[in-house]
Design a protein. Structure first.
Length: 371
């Protein structure tokens, strides 16, 4: 009788949890569906179908991509095979199959796929698309900037969003599987022997350092761009400076810098009271609790985008290919590139700050009751 009552209570709790609170139950199947569908696309490309998004023949800006040399005839079959294997692995993890070495292999496979899709394939065009979106939206009534936003949102760029979506599904599947394998709660990660570095007090302490880094780096970037807009050729040649002035490039850069400044200010909310309670000057919402997801989701997205963009700049610099992709940058134009080389640190710091914010605000877990 008692056992039946306990089961009914568990079923009731499960049914009342919102779909995003049940993510460990479905994220593995989401990764499987994504992998299968992308594998079908790979098979289509292998058979001559249109839309292969990689390589110089299909992407006008393929030089920015780590898959610059990819071709549909060879890349398509690989994608199809990996899609099928990935779907099988994802289902196995969703059902918590595997023991010992098999479990370790499945977990490693999942994390490699997630890292490749989220950090390896995308480049800085995703960040530019997201950063320029509000600029185009606000400037549309005034006909500025004098360009079509959708000219830069090509299929290869959209495909990078698709890859990040799949990568996040894989990261969630890997995390849930890893937690189940270690007898931790699949939702919150807490276990009976959980480390105290995740407690709200300790998370607040190390989270402040992460926020400091995540604020300083975008401000350094913004300082160079606003200096150029204000007529100060900081870190660039006079020739490059005059060329940019002639076409209004520096004001576009200042607009991006303003977005970075706004982002830096919002990052402070991860450690400030107004990041948890809406301040008085916000109509209707004043005094109400800020939903954690309202801060966590955009912060995590920005962390991913700036990290991938920064890794692209670092890769091109190390390969000596930066001047091929950005022909306007000379060796003396250090300020045109140096801030971007710091972006991976910005992304990692912002991700850490977001994690600290989550640890401070997650409260009691609706799945395991720990808190």
């Amino acid at each position: 009788m008692a056992e039946g009552t306990a089961n009914m209570t568990t079923d009731t709790v499960r049914s009342t949890r919102r779909w995003w609170q049940r993510w460990p139950d479905w994220v593995g199947y989401a990764a499987a569906v994504w992998s299968l569908l992308y594998g079908v696309l790979g098979m289509s490309w292998a058979l001559g179908g249109a839309g292969f998004p990689f390589g110089r023949e299909n992407d006008p800006q393929a030089a920015l991509s780590v898959l610059e040399g990819a071709q549909a005839t060879t890349g398509g079959p690989i994608i199809a095979a990996l899609g099928l294997v990935g779907a099988l692995v994802a289902v196995a993890m969703a059902r918590t199959w595997g023991r010992g070495i098999i479990r370790a292999v499945l977990r490693a496979f999942a994390w490699v796929v997630a890292a490749t899709l989220v950090l390896g394939i995308p480049d800085y065009r995703l960040l530019m698309a997201v950063a320029y979106a509000p600029i185009f939206l606000l400037g549309a009534p005034f006909g500025w900037p004098p360009a079509n936003f959708f000219d830069v949102i090509t299929w290869p760029v959209v495909n990078q969003f698709v890859c990040i979506t799949g990568g996040l599904c894989w990261a969630g599947a890997a995390l849930a599987y890893q937690r189940r394998s270690s007898d931790a709660c699949a939702s919150c990660g807490r276990a009976d022997d959980s480390s105290d570095w995740t407690t709200p007090v300790n998370a607040a302490r190390w989270g402040k350092w992460a926020v400091a880094v995540a604020v300083i780096i975008p401000l350094l970037y913004a300082a160079t761009r606003w200096a150029w807009a204000l007529g100060i050729p900081l870190g660039i040649s006079q020739e490059f400076f005059r060329e940019g002035q002639a076409v209004g490039l520096w004001w576009a850069g200042a607009a991006l810098a303003t977005v970075a400044i706004i982002g830096a200010l919002l990052t402070l909310g991860l450690v400030q009271q107004w990041g948890e309670i809406f301040p008085r000057w916000i109509p209707i919402l004043a005094g109400r609790r800020v939903p954690p997801g309202l801060a966590i989701v955009p912060a995590l997205l920005v962390a991913i985008l700036v990290t991938t963009a920064g890794l692209m700049f670092v890769r091109l610099t190390l390969l000596g290919a930066i001047s091929e992709s950005f022909t306007f940058i000379d060796e003396e134009d250090w300020a045109a590139l140096a801030p971007e080389l710091l972006w991976p640190f910005w992304g990692v710091a912002l991700a850490a700050a977001t994690l600290a914010y989550y640890y401070r605000r997650r409260g009691t877990c609706v799945r395991c009751g720990r808190g």
